[in-house]
Design a protein around this ligand. Structure first.
Ligand code: HEM
Length: 410
């Protein structure tokens, strides 16, 4: 890699967060203020480009000069474990077109807005059941993560895929190993293999006894083999519950700390019940922007020489798109450091990525957040933290940011 003309390395990634646990690392924010693109050093001594501005990230993520194929030399990883996750039996999130498009197309109908809307009664039912169980606790305390935020999207994605929720302890353990930044590569590989074997076994079983889940449909179609179906299932299972779960817990925490914003969510939910969902849509988008749980950056590698914002990136050089920093870019979101549930243009956030790989599950994530957040606040009006804020454990070391636990009382 030619480095002579490169600016000096400015930051090490992943960088530490500052005092506000919702804000991206100050080092990324600073880089956004100073440079369009800067150099960042990675764990293995290599360096890559870091992109932090909203407009620059949009231009990288829509440009076919950048590849999502993590097996290409130069692709940036934040740890050995995350390299294994991305390169060992890759799924379509780490492929380029035409393979990416061919595989994604097999699922587009499942995640279309209209199709996902049909799941609303089921999402509502699961939400109510989980909250009933919480409300029945005589000590009037709960861990929102374990008791609500994680099971809700987990049950829903299981229903969609046709995975028995009874096995959740197993697949959540695999998922948590796979997403732990510091997990040794062998552990990540073993967790991926276990999950692959489990899902391939399910695909086989569904050929004999089909149901109306996605895995069964893929198995019956006969286009993909069991390993390919397992890869697809693994991506959906992991992406489908960790992200929304952490968004839910972080959002509830932020709303407990900002009662005026919680009141706006209540009002938005009231309007939604009267048939005007636009304020609730905006509130959810603003929370997605503010939290940006995919916090370690979206990786790409240049396949040809390309210029971004006046900086020349050479073929084979890696790029990390720090969407958390871009989602606080003042040019795109004035006063971006403030949570404003009525923010105009909140939907322009990059929390779901951008371009051809933009999150396939976003309609489902939005539906779950729209149902879950007002439901929690309405059900427990006196909800408060059960431990001092300083004792909360945030998921700094995980690929999906959030909270390990959120002890609450009412
Ligand atoms: C708040 C919740 C969520 C967030 C913040 C989120 C974030 C993201 C991001 C940033 C990407 C782009 C990655 C890249 O460009 O390399 C992505 C892709 C993806 N997400 Fe999500 N996601 C969420 C929920 C979900 C759910 C619920 C599902 C599935 C049920 C899902 C399935 C996927 C899939 C399959 C892709 C790959 C798309 C492709 O490569 O074409 N996500 N997500």
């Amino acid at each position: 890699m030619a480095t002579a003309a490169h600016p000096p390395v400015a930051v090490t990634a992943p960088a530490a967060r500052g005092t506000c646990p919702f804000a991206p690392p100050p080092a990324y924010e600073q880089a956004r203020g100073e440079e369009g693109l800067s150099r960042v050093r990675l764990w293995d001594g290599t360096s890559c480009w870091m992109v932090t501005r909203h407009a620059d990230i949009r231009s990288v993520l829509r440009d076919r000069s950048f590849s999502s194929d993590a097996r290409r030399p130069g692709f940036p990883f934040l740890s050995a474990g995350l390299r294994t996750l991305a390169t060992d039996r890759p799924t379509f999130i780490r492929m380029d077109d035409p393979d990416h498009a061919r595989l994604r197309r097999m699922l587009t109908a499942d995640f279309m807005i209209r199709k996902v809307a049909e799941m609303r009664p089921a999402v509502r039912q699961v939400t109510d059941d989980l909250l009933d169980r919480m409300a029945a606790r005589t000590d009037r305390t709960a861990d929102l993560v374990a008791d609500f935020a994680l099971p809700l999207p987990s049950v829903v994605i299981c229903l969609l895929l046709g995975v028995p929720y009874a096995d959740h302890a197993f697949f959540q353990q695999c998922s948590s190993t796979m997403l732990r930044t510091a997990a040794p590569a062998q552990e990540v590989s073993a967790a991926q293999d276990e999950l692959r074997d489990y899902l391939a076994g399910l695909a086989r079983a569904k050929r004999a006894a089909p149901d109306d889940g996605i895995i069964s449909r893929l198995a019956e179609q006969g286009i993909l083999d069991d390993d390919e179906i397992a890869s697809m299932g693994r991506l959906l299972l992991v992406a489908g519950h960790e992200t929304t779960a952490n968004m839910t817990a972080l959002s509830v925490l932020a709303l407990l700390r900002e009662p005026a914003q919680a009141e706006r969510l209540h009002e938005a939910a009231r309007l939604d019940e009267d048939g005007d969902g636009s304020a609730l849509d905006t509130a959810v988008e603003e929370l997605l922007r503010y939290m940006t749980v995919v916090h370690n950056g979206i990786g790409r590698v240049a396949v040809e020489d390309v210029e971004v914002s006046g900086t020349r990136i050479r073929a084979g050089e890696g790029v990390l798109c720090m969407v958390g920093a871009a989602n606080r870019d003042e040019d795109a979101f004035p006063d971006g450091g403030l949570l404003d549930l009525g923010r105009p243009g909140a939907r322009r956030h990059l929390a779901f990525g951008f371009g051809v790989h933009q999150c396939l599950g976003q309609p489902l994530a939005r539906l779950e957040l729209r149902v879950a957040l007002p439901a929690v606040l309405q059900r427990f009006p006196g909800l408060r933290l059960a431990v001092p804020f300083e004792e909360l454990r945030f998921r700094h070391e995980m690929a999906v940011y959030g909270l390990h636990a959120l002890p609450l009382a009412w």
